[in-house]
Design a protein around this ligand. Structure first.
Ligand code: SF4
Length: 312
């Protein structure tokens, strides 16, 4: 594993009952980098993100190589070297313990601090995400949705992990709160030098925050490379369709999620060849039989049989 990489994921496959949902995903994350994982619902983004941290469901069969600084990720890394920010803040916070107690425990589980020192660090971590210290003894249900998500970010970053994985961290929030939460996450990430894998549907967030982007479809990466190139000159017809499906800035924000015509295949019914072929305006006979292998094209990797970028 090259020394300039924090995380290396190679040929990650995740299956349930013999049906692969993640079908050979490979990517890298460099120190301090933000990688966005994008694609429609059901593409396997969240499962990929969780599996990278060793958090796939118990009944999942996971194969492939995932190395953090050259070593496998283990539960001992959770909250220490790696941290997870889920979509639903309530699932990350215990409803029966005060927020400050949970943060203090998170600190003490990793650092050899006294209870008093850990509580001071917890208070500092809350302040760093914009929550006043006098809310340390509140219960999660006493926080607004935005404050809960801030508290989860505080929990994820309190021990300054090298890698944060955030799975749709703002989906349940209104647009104003969404921007604030992403800004808080960016601020904490930059202050600690952490890398971030951001699973999202929000292409504005990708544009604003991600250095590189990996586009997933039916459990595979179809495009992977620098965000500015991918968003301004997509190499895959799927990426182009995803971008074209996002309504203009004038459209009501609620309707600004991608909505492509047709539906992705379910994991048990992925067609042979390119899984996007039934929805692709550029599909040829070859696309229906031959799986496109990733190859370099104009500074990014594209899994598509098309030879040039222009047609998409
Ligand atoms: S491989 Fe064929 S079907 Fe798949 S995205 Fe490319 S052109 Fe479309």
């Amino acid at each position: 594993m090259p020394s300039d990489l924090l995380l290396s994921v190679r040929d990650l496959r995740v299956a349930f009952g013999g049906v692969e949902v993640v079908r050979g995903v490979s990517f890298d994350v460099r120190p301090g980098e933000v990688l966005a994982l994008v694609g429609e619902s059901g593409a396997g983004k969240s499962l990929t993100a969780r599996s990278v941290l060793g958090m796939a469901p118990e009944d999942a069969s996971v194969t492939g190589g995932v190395l953090l600084r050259g070593e496998p990720v283990t539960p001992a890394d959770w909250g220490r070297s790696v941290a997870f920010v889920p979509q639903d803040a309530l699932s990350a916070l215990s409803p029966v313990h005060r927020v400050g107690t949970q943060l203090t425990l998170a600190v003490r589980s990793v650092r050899g601090l006294s209870r008093r020192e850990a509580r001071a660090r917890a208070e500092e971590a809350l302040a760093q995400v914009g929550i006043p210290g006098d809310r340390l003894d509140a219960f999660p249900h006493e926080f607004s949705g935005g404050m809960r998500q801030r508290a989860v970010i505080a929990m994820a970053t309190v021990n300054e992990p090298a890698l944060i994985v955030a799975d749709e961290p703002t989906t349940a929030l209104d647009p104003e709160m969404r921007a604030q939460i992403l800004a808080a996450l960016a601020e904490r990430r930059e202050a600690t030098g952490a890398s971030l894998v951001l699973v999202t549907h929000d292409l504005d967030a990708v544009r604003e925050h991600a250095d590189r982007t990996a586009v997933m479809y039916a459990g595979r990466l179809v495009e992977y490379g620098p965000t500015d190139r991918i968003l301004t000159r997509p190499g895959s017809p799927y990426t182009a369709a995803l971008l074209a499906s996002v309504p203009s800035d004038d459209a009501p924000r609620k309707s600004r999620l991608p909505a492509l015509p047709g539906r992705p295949p379910s994991p048990g019914a992925v067609p042979p060849g390119c899984a996007f072929a039934p929805r692709c305006a550029h599909a040829t006979a070859r696309c229906g039989t031959e799986l496109p292998a990733p190859r370099s094209l104009d500074g990014r990797e594209v899994a598509c049989h098309l030879d040039v970028l222009e047609p998409v």
